[in-house]
Design a protein around this ligand. Structure first.
Ligand code: PLP
Length: 460
């Protein structure tokens, strides 16, 4: 297709610009120390290239801003709701669509209805908010990604696949306790790795045998569909919306954050076929989010998401998206930086445990690397490792399966020269990796999702 040339041209021109405030190393050192060495505590003006998350940080298109002008703010039955509903069900034809202000609100509502003490909910890898919302109901969240998905350097085209044999064993042992099986596409916490249609079919078959519903955590469904198109045998010539509808047909429901592949800055939904569960969810929605035709959103947000869903499944966009993420990964790989491979769709994950073997997992190598990237070049990444996952509900702590730093790429936001700068900064930090030191977390720690608000102290 466009691969006759090496340069990835962004399939858009820039229409409005946002300034980036330049800063010095000394200013950044002061800022991060004042923030308790937690990158979530920074003033975003003190960040040069913000790769903290791809969630809600993308640039909307001209047509999305135009759609916002069509936003109708009627409390009930707004035309914008019907535009949204049509765009969602064109890809995900579930019987019930319940709009929420973002993905975790959909999770909170779903697990409040079907979770609870004694329940077990398997997934390839639960995202942190998913795990936290499950555990908040007293249920247990179990990760069953295939073995390759836990090995940063194992090459596998679908490292997000769920281990079907492990799922079968869990169902055989505890079927009565399992209200739903989840699969996250792409598998964010496992490195942004895709799940194949073949794996979804196999998971579906096991779920059917045990009479269990299969739900997708579908935040990055379009990126997952692109990987299916480009990597899965027999899928090459297909349209992305058709592949998405195949994914939908294998599931009984979904949670979604429109801040990712909705190409919007806010929004989400819960969609499902089961009438009784949908009714309980809608009752909770009214209590916590809003009326069922707007959920936690304004009419204008519903319009922006509807237009985003039309744009996110376009080949030119997805080709650019996946190629430009791989461009960052390939350059860092060539520079000898240890990475999760193959590269995910929305992010490149640096393997901090491999780069910093002198920092034990409980001294948080991912945090050490993320802080160093910020001080060196003003780049804000995100620790995905023992800080995020190491602490258990009983207060004990063990190393997470990997210690990664995620460099998440906001959609349509940075150009290739921004990314070239990132490559330079990461390479420079990696070259002096032995100088980096670990951290401890100051007590008392936050009781849940500690990575957002914990304060750190550098170890000597
Ligand atoms: C896989 C996955 N699930 C759920 C969520 C939660 O979505 P939100 O941030 O909109 O609450 C995220 C957000 O990053 C995610 O990546």
């Amino acid at each position: 297709m466009m691969d006759r040339f090496r340069t990835i041209i962004e399939p858009f021109r820039i229409h409005a610009v946002e300034p980036i405030r330049m800063s010095t190393r000394e200013e950044r050192q002061t800022a991060i120390s004042a923030a308790g060495w937690n990158l979530f505590g920074l003033h975003a003006d003190d960040v040069l290239i913000d790769l903290l998350t791809d969630s809600g940080t993308g640039a909307m298109s001209r047509d999305q801003w135009a759609a916002i002008q069509h936003g109708d703010e009627s409390y009930a039955g707004s035309p914008s709701w019907f535009v949204f509903l049509e765009a969602v069900t064109a890809l995900w034809p579930f019987r019930h669509v319940i709009p929420t202000h973002q993905g975790r609100a959909a999770e909170k509502i779903l697990f409040s209805v079907i979770g609870g003490p004694g329940k077990v909910i398997p997934n390839n890898t639960h995202f942190d908010t998913t795990r936290a919302n499950i555990e908040a109901t007293g249920a247990e969240a179990v990760d069953l990604v295939i073995a390759e998905g836990r090995d940063p350097s194992a090459l596998h085209p679908f490292k997000g696949n769920l281990d079907v044999a492990a799922l079968e064993a869990l169902l055989a042992a505890r079927a009565d306790d399992i209200p739903v099986v989840l699969v996250t596409v792409t598998n964010n916490s496992g490195g942004g790795q895709p799940v194949s249609l073949e794996n979804l079919r196999a998971v579906r078959a096991v779920c059917e045998r045990y009479g269990k519903p299969l739900f997708l955590d579908a935040c990055r469904f379009a990126e997952n569909a692109w990987f299916i198109k480009t990597r899965e045998p027999g899928q090459a010539g297909r349209d992305i919306p058709d592949i998405v509808r195949d994914m939908a047909a294998l599931a009984d429901g979904m949670t979604m954050s429109a801040k990712k592949d909705g190409l919007a800055n806010i929004g989400g939904w819960l969609a499902l076929d089961d009438d009784a569960i949908a009714e309980s969810c809608r009752n909770l929605l009214i209590l916590t989010e809003g009326f069922p035709t707007y959920g936690g959103l304004a009419g204008r947000d519903l319009e922006a998401i509807a237009q985003g869903l039309r744009e996110v499944v376009q080949d030119d966009y997805l080709h650019y998206r996946i190629r430009s993420t791989a461009y960052l990964g390939e350059a860092l790989d060539a520079a000898g930086v240890p990475l999760v491979k193959p590269f995910g769709g929305h992010a490149v994950y640096l393997d901090a445990r491999a780069l910093l073997p002198h920092i034990p997992p409980l001294a948080y190598p991912g945090q050490a690397l993320a802080v160093a990237l910020y001080i060196e070049g003003g780049i804000r990444g995100c620790e995905i490792g023992t800080v995020m996952f190491g602490r258990h509900p009983d207060g004990s702590e063990t190393p997470a399966s990997m210690d990664l730093v995620r460099l998440a790429i906001p959609r349509r936001t940075y150009t290739q020269s921004h990314i070239d700068y990132v490559i330079e900064v990461v390479s420079r930090v990696a070259a002096r990796a032995t100088d980096l030191r670990g951290f401890r977390i100051a007590e008392p720690q936050p009781s849940a999702l500690r990575h957002f608000t914990a304060r750190f102290e550098p170890l000597a």
